[in-house]
Design a protein around this ligand. Structure first.
Ligand code: ZN
Ligand code: FE
Length: 262
């Protein structure tokens, strides 16, 4: 039986991802309980588990209110303080929910203990990645607790997943990220084409997500730190960048640039 993937909008621009199968559901990063409870009731689903990627309030704020309805574990990063009880997970661990086995990946950078959940896919559906605030479509999370080198390693790990992997990011930042991506790479036709698609989707109030790993490899400047055009743009922005820079140093420049970009 196929899995159904449902983005539940929360707050200003968060998505709480719900995955449903045979009357059961899991949710990822429930910052708010209300949209989750409404979706469970509307669809007549049991809450079989929760996956948490990192400790920020917009990702864990709904945990306490969901516990009375929860009939399974709260899976959470071993390296972060999450309101418990939780099943602490790190890279190499797996989480079995809805009859699916999720692989845990360490993806530090946005926070020190940030993890992602990857399901390799089968006849029930294409691979899935729940990446929290590490990878956004055409962007990446801010470096609150980690270094550019850590974020570069984390994004490289995610870029190596199968191209058809559906990328479920925790925020609807795609259009503003694409504006920055096109400032970095004005000649990137994939990014320009994707911006047109996303503008149409947002005009109808629809999510631009999930993305795919294959699309991100083509449009996401933070995944393209070795591309000559990206290196050139980074050096034009920051003349202190070495002529043949390490990819992590390019990412550091891009992240600083993006932080100030309006
Ligand atoms: Zn966050
Ligand atoms: Fe967030």
């Amino acid at each position: 039986m196929r899995v159904e993937l449902i983005p539940l909008p929360a707050f200003e621009d968060n998505y709480i991802w719900m995955l449903a199968r045979e009357g059961e559901a899991l949710v990822v990063d429930p910052g708010d309980a209300a949209p989750v409870l409404a979706a469970l009731d509307r669809r007549g689903l049991r809450l079989a588990g929760i996956l948490v990627t990192h400790h920020h309030g917009d990702h864990v704020g709904g945990l306490d209110a969901l516990r009375p309805r929860l009939q399974g574990p709260v899976c959470a990063p071993a390296g972060e303080r999450i309101p418990g009880p939780t099943v602490p997970l790190r890279e190499g661990d797996t989480a079995a929910l809805l009859g699916l086995e999720f692989q845990v990946l360490d993806v530090p950078g946005h926070t020190a203990g940030h993890i992602a959940y990857y399901w390799p896919g089968n006849a029930a559906g294409d691979p899935l990645l729940f990446c929290g605030d590490t990878l956004f479509s055409a962007g990446c999370g801010r470096l609150f607790e980690g270094t550019a080198a850590q974020m570069h390693a984390s994004l490289s790990k995610l870029a190596a997943l199968p191209g058809r992997t559906r990328v479920c990011c925790a925020h609807e930042y795609t259009l503003s990220n694409l504006r920055f991506a096109l400032a970095v790479e004005p000649g990137n036709a994939d990014a320009a084409g994707h911006r047109e698609r996303c503008e149409r989707l947002r005009a109808r109030g629809e999510p631009t997500l999930p993305s795919t790993i294959e699309l991100e490899r083509r449009i996401n400047p933070f995944m393209r730190c070795a591309e000559p055009a990206v290196v050139g743009a980074a050096r034009a922005h920051d003349v202190a960048l070495a002529p043949d820079p390490a990819a992590a140093d390019v990412l550091a420049v891009l992240r600083e640039w993006k932080n100030r970009f309006r």
